[in-house]
Design a protein around this ligand. Structure first.
Ligand code: HEC
Ligand code: HEC
Ligand code: HEC
Ligand code: HEC
Ligand code: HEC
Ligand code: HEC
Length: 375
């Protein structure tokens, strides 16, 4: 890794004076052609091509070389467009020399590669489409294993956030989980040992599930086998009883996410692997905080310390996501979209931004009740 880095650095340093020299050497013709092209001055382009017959084939080769060396699809296509214009005009005035076809082939190749790159990205998106699903791909693929899907939702049925965070995992994607830790009884292996959950040594496919039939219910909990969920809950003593819910099934909100607040009426998730004696897991804070909206037509936001601290330990939020001081943190939808503030969890693992009024629940004209007002 280190060696590669310094190589890139070295190549960068070497390339710098070269690139500078190249742009210095750019011919007067090329400069005028570029400028006229950028200004859409086809009369000027025509004149330039008519009067520079001898040097144009060389200039086209230079552009093709430049396009090949350029970084990124957009840049390569921009240079190829310029080259294509030059070649087409040359063919028009002085006859075909083959470069029109060559450039067209290069453009097609670029488009094909770009389509492929986009399709590859699309292909992986579905694995993280359901909130809280995390695809763990790099290390698995490097050793020929199918990628792993970590489904937060399967685990949330029986465990509160604080059972895993921060004791076992940071609240962020690290890409640092591996089999040595798991077989050693740490991280996933803390539970996947045949006692709390299925044994990692016995069922590789249940975690390395990408491309197996087992991936279907992980990506879409509506396909979950409820009798299996009940079995696990019985073993762990978390009392899952969907009969207590209106639909007698896993409850979904209108955005297709599991409605966890409703599910709370039908189970008692485990808060600590160390038992309820885990003092940190038991600590809660019982107040509401009002985030006042800067706009008269947008409701204020009510934040419940109680419901959050029942799920999440203080130290997961303080000071990582918020300073524990009233009004000390900025909060805007832009921060959240970038994954900070409330967006550290919402949209990723907790309900999505689309559910506006679940957060913006207090009309600005309404009294704050007992909620603390931020100053
Ligand atoms: C409890 C879930 C789980 C089970 C079961 C599991 N793995 Fe993994 N495995 C992972 C995770 C998570 C990674 C990291 C994936 C990544 O980041 O690309 C991983 C990575 C790997 C890697 C890459 C090298 C490394 O250690 O990071 C290999 C090889 C591997 N697993 C083999 C196996 C085999 C063989 C089995 C069955 C005997 C198995 N795994 C069962 C979760 C699991
Ligand atoms: C069974 C254990 C477990 C439980 C329970 C759990 N998590 Fe996680 N969480 C993980 C793992 C594993 C990761 C990935 C860590 C890594 O990549 O090293 C993770 C990652 C995250 C991330 C980062 C996700 C991202 O897209 O960047 C957030 C946020 C998070 N968890 C929040 C929560 C919240 C909120 C809860 C409770 C509602 C919760 N977790 C419950 C295991 C758990
Ligand atoms: C706090 C305990 C705990 C931790 C930590 C944990 N799991 Fe699990 N996991 C469970 C339980 C319980 C189940 C339900 C299945 C069962 O009862 O065996 C489960 C189920 C799963 C499933 C669903 C399998 C299926 O076929 O439906 C996957 C996938 C999974 N875990 C992967 C992981 C990975 C990967 C990690 C680590 C990143 C991890 N788990 C960490 C307890 C845990
Ligand atoms: C989900 C994240 C989250 C969790 C968990 C959380 N807090 Fe907070 N806390 C906040 C936010 C948001 C504020 C408001 C900050 C602001 O006004 O800028 C806050 C404010 C505070 C304040 C100042 C206002 C007040 O309530 O007096 C204190 C003190 C505090 N938290 C302590 C705690 C303690 C102790 C715990 C654990 C029992 C805890 N918090 C758990 C998010 C959280
Ligand atoms: C997870 C909770 C949450 C959700 C969901 C949410 N917001 Fe917000 N929003 C906030 C908080 C916190 C603030 C900052 C305090 C305030 O201005 O009320 C805020 C601020 C705003 C603001 C003020 C200007 C700005 O951009 O910060 C607007 C407008 C807004 N939200 C609109 C929306 C709309 C529209 C939706 C639904 C698409 C939405 N919000 C969903 C929590 C949320
Ligand atoms: C550490 C993770 C985390 C952070 C940070 C966080 N939330 Fe939540 N929030 C949750 C979880 C988990 C739930 C349970 C519902 C779910 O998972 O969809 C929840 C539920 C809620 C609810 C539903 C009602 C309730 O109290 O149960 C509201 C409203 C809410 N959050 C607002 C906010 C606002 C506003 C912020 C930022 C000031 C925020 N949350 C920050 C994890 C978080």
């Amino acid at each position: 890794m280190k060696a590669r880095f310094s190589f890139i650095l070295l190549a960068g340093l070497l390339a710098m004076p070269l690139a500078a020299a190249e742009s210095f050497a750019e011919s007067k013709f090329m400069k005028s052609f570029r400028t006229s092209y950028e200004q859409n001055r086809f009369d000027a382009l025509g004149f330039l091509v008519k009067t520079n017959k001898d040097i144009i084939p060389g200039e086209i080769r230079t552009l093709i070389g430049e396009a090949r060396a350029a970084d990124g699809f957009e840049k390569r296509m921009a240079i190829l467009d310029l080259a294509a214009t030059m070649a087409a005009m040359y063919a028009e005035w002085h006859g075909q020399d083959g470069s029109v076809d060559e450039i067209e082939a290069l453009q097609k190749e670029e488009l094909r590669k770009e389509e492929e790159r986009k399709a590859e990205l699309e292909k992986w998106k579905k694995y993280e489409a359901f909130p809280g699903n995390i695809l763990m791909r790099d290390k698995a693929e490097a050793s020929g294993m199918a990628p792993v899907i970590f489904p937060h939702w399967v685990h949330r049925v029986n465990f509160e956030c604080k059972a895993c965070h921060p004791a076992l995992f940071e609240m962020k994607k690290t890409g640092s989980i591996g089999m040595a830790e798991i077989f050693g009884g740490n991280l996933c292996g803390k539970c996947h040992n045949g006692t709390t959950a299925f044994n990692a040594a016995e069922s590789c496919d249940r975690c390395h599930s990408v491309g197996t039939p087992g991936e279907a219910h992980l990506l879409d909990p509506k396909k979950a086998d409820v009798s299996k969920l009940r079995e696990t809950s019985e073993r762990l003593g978390t009392g899952l009883n969907l009969d207590l819910l209106p639909e007698k099934a896993l409850p979904f909100d209108r955005f297709g996410n599991i409605d966890w607040a409703l599910l709370d009426k039908a189970r008692k998730p485990i808060k600590s692997l160390e038992g309820e004696s885990g003092e940190k897991a038991g600590e809660t804070r019982d107040n509401d905080i009002l985030f006042e909206s800067p706009l008269p037509y947008v409701n204020n936001v009510l934040f419940s310390h109680k419901t959050h601290s029942e799920r999440v330990v203080c130290s997961s939020c303080h000071q990582a996501f918020f300073k524990d001081e009233l009004g000390a943190n900025s909060a805007s939808m832009r921060d959240m979209a970038e994954g900070s503030s409330c967006g550290a969890c919402h949209q990723k693992v907790a309900f999505k931004f689309a559910d506006c009024n679940r957060c913006h629940s207090k009309p600005v004209t309404e009294d704050a009740g007992g909620a603390l007002k931020r100053k």
